[in-house]
Design a protein around this ligand. Structure first.
Ligand code: TYD
Length: 217
């Protein structure tokens, strides 16, 4: 029997803004390519033409979007993205490195305290026909540190900023709870570690998975 092409591998990165997802995704992509793998880099919201239109609404629309509408927009982006881009790449044997997935919906839309996190998760699972990544790397960072990284000056928080901080603290707590609920899928890393240590930890986990997916099945 001839050896078959490697099965696809799906890796998502999660975490708050400023946690270093882009740097780590790029380093992982370069490493995988050096191993001879074909890599698809993608993101949510966005990733497809339709997705970019939705991204524009959810990230740039001025004024309120009702929470359920917002959750549905992220889910619609996800449904199209998974069906038209991610699944086909995985079935071609490629590695998909994706910035954010349904865990972001649970953490962010759930953190507004209006929507039930379980309902948000179930909506996304329906949208994506139950697709879940092989591994989800959570770059965990205290929102105060994240803010310091994004904005070097340390004026005291005004009320709005304090509210934002409270929101981002709930997002962080939600991500950590998701990771605790699915320890097999998640790799939780302290984003304050040096980039090289984070890279090594991610490679370690991915190497194990590459080993697994290449095994005869
Ligand atoms: P983006 O510009 O991609 O920034 P980053 O990933 O660097 O934070 O913005 C994505 C934003 O969308 C981010 O603030 C989280 C939010 N988001 C949700 O609220 N729900 C979702 O389901 C997804 C995928 C993202």
């Amino acid at each position: 029997m001839t050896s078959s092409a490697p099965r696809g591998l799906w890796i998502t990165f999660e975490g708050g803004d400023g946690a270093g997802k882009t740097t780590q995704s790029t380093l992982l992509e370069e490493w995988l390519q050096s191993q001879g793998r074909t890599v698809l880099r993608t993101r949510e919201p966005g990733g497809t033409e339709v997705g970019n239109l939705i991204r524009d609404i959810v990230l740039h629309h001025r004024g309120d979007v009702a929470p359920r509408a917002e959750a549905l927009l992220y889910a619609a982006d996800r449904a199209h993205h998974i069906e038209t881009l991610v699944r086909p790449a995985l079935s071609r044997g490629e590695v998909v490195i994706q910035d954010r997935y349904l865990d972001s919906s649970v953490a962010y839309q759930g953190a507004g305290r209006v929507l039930d996190p379980n309902e948000v998760r179930n909506l996304s699972l329906w949208a994506a026909d139950d697709a879940l990544p092989d591994v989800t790397v959570l770059l965990d960072l205290d929102p105060v540190r994240a803010r310091e990284r994004l904005d070097a000056d340390d004026k005291p928080f005004d009320r709005l900023e304090a509210e934002k901080l409270d929101f981002h603290t709930r997002v962080r707590t939600a991500f950590l709870a998701l990771a605790e609920a699915e320890p097999e899928r998640f790799l939780v890393l302290d984003a304050t570690l040096p980039a090289s240590e984070l890279t090594a930890a991610v490679r370690d986990r991915v190497s194990t998975l590459i080993g697994d997916v290449r095994a005869p099945h």
